[in-house]
Each structure stands twice: as C-alpha cells, then as structure tokens.
Design a protein around this ligand. Structure first.
Ligand code: FES
Ligand code: MG
Length: 593
C-alpha cells in the first residue's frame, strides 16, 4: 500500500484514457460524457468511485440511501474522486417471495459483474436490510478492489402505549397474544406497524443490525457508523465521510484482502456474541470468509464465540432498541469493552487505514444500562452452540435468547441438566405446519419437540425463516410460549426463540432430518452438543434405504441455477463454483468492440 497521488494509473483509465486503443477510449468517454461528466473528469487521472445502490421503492429498508446519495457523492468529490452510482438487484427481506435469502447470491453475482466489467476503481457498498450486507461484502471480497460499507442505519425506536416495540420481535409476541385471544386483529396490526416509525432497517438486533455491526467489527466501515439511526444528522455526516474515505483508500490501494483476515472474522464472531446477534450471521459470515479465501466454518462460532458474555441489552435478547444502542456508544463501545478484556485482535487493519485497536482507543461506554461491562454482563456464555448427531452434521442454537422459563422447563431437569428427551412431531414445511399445528391428532403437548424440514437452501429454495414455530393454541393457553423447535431452515434474527436451526445437510439432499418420523423419541444433550433421534441403527438404515427425495419444482430460471450450484447453510450457502474466484478486478476484461 502506498499513498502517493503521483504517477498513479487507475483501472478506469484502461477505459477512459487508453492511447493504445483511441477508438474504444472515445466510445467509452462520449457515452459517459453525455450525462454531464466532463472529459476532464473522466480523463483527469481521478479515481472513479462506484456507489452500489441497494435502496429503492421496492427495497424500503434501504430507501434512506437514495437520500444519503448526495452526501456520499459530495464526500467523494471533496476528496478528488468521481462518483458513479449504480443499482444492484434489490433484496427486501419483507417483500421478496419465496425468501430474500434466495437473492443474496444473485445480488452478489450482479455486483461482481459490475465491479469487473465497468470502469470502477473503488466502491461504496450501501448496506442495510439483512442480506444486502453479506451480498455486497461477498462481492467486494471476490472483486478485491478498495471497498467501504455504509449502512442506512436502523429506524427510530417504535413505541406502542408507552412501551418500546421493536421490528419483528413485536410480531412474534403479538401473534401469541392474538392466538391466546388477548388482542384482536386491529390491535395486532397497530402494534406491529408502530414498530416501524421511520425510514431505516430493523431497530432490533435482528439480522440487519447484526450484519452491519459485524461489517464494522470486520473493519469494513468507519468507526461508529453502523448504529447511527437512519434519520439522524450523524448518518448524513457518516455518508460524507465514507465518500471521502473511499477515495483515500483507492490512492492507498487498501483492499478487502488487507482487511478480511482470519483475525478480523474472529473479531466479528466475538462481537456477535456480545451484542446477542442473529442466527443468520454464521452462514453470512462464513460466506464472506469463503469468498475472501479465509478458512472459517460453522464450528468456529462455538470455539471462538460461545464463552463471550452478552453485553448489549437490546431486543430480542434484551429490552432496548437502536436509538439507545447508538446513544450508549454503539459497536465501538461494545468492542472497546471486549478489547479491554483481551477478546479483540487489535492489530487488524481497517478501512480507516489504522488498526482496530487504534480505532477503539479511548472509547468508553456511555450508558451502562444498555451496554454492560465484561465483568457484569447480561449473561455469561452467550454465543452459539453448534450441535451434531444423526439428524444433522451441524445445527446452531442461540443461547442468549434462552429464557429462564425455557431453561427451567426443558434444560434443567434435576439430575440431567442440559439434557432433554421428548417425542418429535414433524412438519414438511410451513404450509404443513399451518395446516396441522392445531390438529389434536398430533398430540402436541408442553413436552413435544417440533421439527420442520425441506426448508433449507435447496428445499425451499433459499432457506426460509420458519423454524421458530409457535406452539398450538391449546399449549399457548396453558402459558407455554415456546416449545423446542428444530429445522433445516433459519429463523428471523428478530425472533427470541432458542430454536435449533440451520441444520445441515438439509433433508431434501438426504440429511438425517429426512428420516425422522412423528412419534420418534429425540434426545438433546447440550453438554455434549448432540441431538439424536433415538431410533435403532437397523431401523434408521432401512428408512434411509427406502427414502426418495421429494420432488423439486423450480418457478424461475434463477431458482434452477441457484439450486444447481448452492451449497449447504453450514458452509455459508454459497454458489460453490463462485468461491474459486478471487481478485477479479485485477483480471481486466477485454474491450467490448
Ligand atoms: Fe429489512 Fe429487517 S426487514 S432490515
Ligand atoms: Mg427475516
């Protein structure tokens, strides 16, 4: 990395200033010039900074970026760069069917093609809604040209009748109240809509706030920007500073490969435990790592992150929402607390051009009610457990959301703490679940374990957030709000359910969940980190031999391409062939005429 502005030739000059091919140069210049860029701008030896725009009317969680664009561009120009905004394929978590997760890899592919095929020297990644953040980080890792992330920030806190109501989390709670007959449909709708009072992404520590916190923990954002609420003045300032900084990064040739090291991913895992982050973080972070060429797997989440305490008191693991998190100091305050406990690799390079330790120096927690100290945390051992057994090779359990009632009921039977044995009821997907959950013939009681299968990457397709299944109404009315649930899909990061999820391999490719039957006994052992169907080996083998994969029907060409190339959630759910490509921005494409 050098920081000299003299004698620097940018990759965009291969398009706009190539004396070896004047015809092509003219063609490239005239068609960018016609929208107002001057020849001097295009040929003036200034870097072209792409801005990957994820916001639009159809992607409201990221819509704020439409309004931040002026500030990003102003920052780029002030630092001597030329901004060029371009759209990426939208990923709206609450809009896209069958699931936004299907499109993460499509957005990734599209971004890689833009960064490879256009005259771009550095890129601002506008992140926010759940999958936009990993998709853009994955694309930046594959392209490996200077890149900096800027999220749109969470919505303002939601309030309903004097109580904080948070994105997603309020839905799961209100659905139970509706099922128990405690509220009517009108109140249900009003409560849920109150949780979204402004532009921005989810204001709980769901997947959006999680992934943006992890982008910051990885070193891919300016310090302190990820928690700034979307409508705040500081968010506009961060947009301006991000624009300025990316130009300096291009001059310094500071690339994702300088930042995304194994140690940086470990910082992200540790931070995730401390903030009570989403169960979607492991597949997304593993995917970013694989595209960056860094060894990281699902088991690392337990070995690196399990024994980290929960420091942040934010829904769904705690009480507060995004505004309080920001005012308490945001991600740097949490990371500084972790660094003081020796849990952060402080030497990691970041987009600031300084180390993580330098970025965190002198940062204090501003509100101890919201961000606890390492010695007096919300709870100890708040990371994920990674389970295995005859039902799957890996599945995750988020321990920071296990409530005292759930722990007492299922995990603290005197004499066998952490061990739970019960009867399984199996659903073939969310439609089957909705059809039959209240069917008395299933004999679901307050002891039952609920399973759902065929909802993974290939099965759904894309892997659906459906594992946090609500108990039947009759069980809810007895005051039991959660049963243990298990599945090969995911659950919303805003859910407070301690489900066992992301089971890999999934049932439709012959993972162990495929052979489970309603009525089987299942044993969960959190001490040994195992979950097994208690079915004898001969019987299990005969079910395996008799198994026929369910029929899969693609509705679009992308679904077929995705299903053909996608791996399992345990390996990040990547397009497997794509993980072999690295540094593609340096492999210049041929001229186009
Ligand atoms: Fe978009 Fe939560 S649904 S951020
Ligand atoms: Mg979701």
């Amino acid at each position: 990395m050098s920081d000299t502005r003299a004698n620097r030739r940018f990759r965009s000059q291969e398009w706009f200033d190539n004396p070896n091919n004047p015809g092509m140069t003219a063609l490239y210049v005239e068609r960018y010039q016609n929208q107002g860029y001057t020849r001097e701008e295009l040929q003036g030896e200034k870097p072209i900074i792409g801005i990957a725009q994820t916001g639009s009317d159809i992607a409201p969680c990221n819509k704020i970026h439409v309004f931040l664009m002026d500030r990003i561009k102003a920052g780029i120009r002030a630092a001597g760069g030329i901004p060029m905004e371009f759209p990426v394929h939208p990923i709206q978590e609450t809009g896209k069917r069958p699931t936004a997760a299907l499109d993460r890899n499509l957005t990734y592919l599209g971004l890689v093609e833009v960064l490879h095929g256009y005259p771009i020297d550095g890129v601002v990644l506008t992140t926010g809604c759940d999958k936009t953040t990993p998709a853009l980080l994955m694309g930046a890792a594959t392209a490996d040209l200077p890149a900096i992330a800027l999220n749109g920030g969470p919505m303002l806190d939601g309030w309903w009748k004097g109580k904080r109501v948070g994105s997603g989390t309020i839905i799961w709670e209100s659905r139970r109240l509706l099922a128990e007959g405690k509220i009517d449909y009108d109140e249900f709708m009003s409560r849920v809509c109150a949780s979204a009072p402004s532009l921005g992404h989810c204001n709980t520590m769901g997947t959006a706030s999680t992934m943006n916190a992890l982008a910051e923990a990885l070193g891919m954002t300016l310090t302190g920007q990820s928690a700034i609420p979307a409508p705040f003045r500081e968010r506009m300032e961060a947009a301006y500073q991000t624009g300025q900084r990316i130009v300096e990064m291009v001059y310094a040739d500071l690339k994702p490969s300088d930042i995304l090291t194994r140690e940086a991913f470990e910082n992200a895992i540790v931070t995730n435990s401390a903030i009570g982050g989403s169960t979607n973080a492991p597949p997304h972070l593993v995917a970013v790592a694989r595209h960056a060429g860094v060894e990281l797997n699902t088991r690392d989440w337990q070995s690196v992150g399990f024994d980290v305490p929960l420091l942040l008191n934010m829904q769904p693991a705690g009480e507060y929402l995004g505004e309080s998190f920001y005012r308490a100091g945001g991600v740097p305050a949490v990371m500084a607390e972790l660094a003081r406990a020796g849990r952060i690799h402080e030497g990691c390079m970041t987009v600031s051009g300084r180390s993580m330790g330098d970025n965190l120096a002198g940062i204090e927690v501003l509100d101890r009610e919201v961000i606890r100290s390492y010695d007096r945390p919300m709870r100890e051992n708040a990371g994920f457990l990674v389970l295995s057994g005859n039902l799957f090779d890996t599945a995750l359990m988020k321990t920071s959301v296990i409530s005292p009632e759930f722990r007492a009921r299922f995990l603290e039977q005197p004499g066998h703490e952490g061990i739970y044995e019960a009867r399984a009821v199996v659903f073939e997907g969310p439609e089957d679940y909705h059809d039959r959950i209240n069917d008395a013939a299933l004999e679901i009681d307050e002891e039952t374990i609920l399973f759902i299968r065929n909802v993974g990457c290939i099965g759904y397709p894309g892997s659906a957030e459906v594992v946090n299944m609500q108990p039947p109404d009759a069980v809810l009315r007895k005051g039991v709000t959660h049963l243990p649930t298990v599945g090969d899909g995911r659950q919303s990061g805003t859910s407070e359910s301690p489900s066992i999820l992301n089971a890999s391999p999934e049932a439709v490719v012959g993972g162990g969940l495929a052979y489970l039957k309603t009525g089987d006994r299942v044993r969960l052992d959190l001490n040994a980190c195992t979950m097994d169907a208690l079915v004898d080996e001969a019987e299990w083998q005969s079910r395996r031999d008799a198994w026929q994969p369910p029929e899969i029907r693609n509705q679009t060409p992308w679904q077929e391409i995705y299903r053909t190339h996608v791996g399992q959630l345990g390996e990040g759910g990547c397009l497997e062939l794509a993980t072999a490509y690295r540094g593609v921005s340096r492999d210049l494409p041929r001229d186009n005429h």
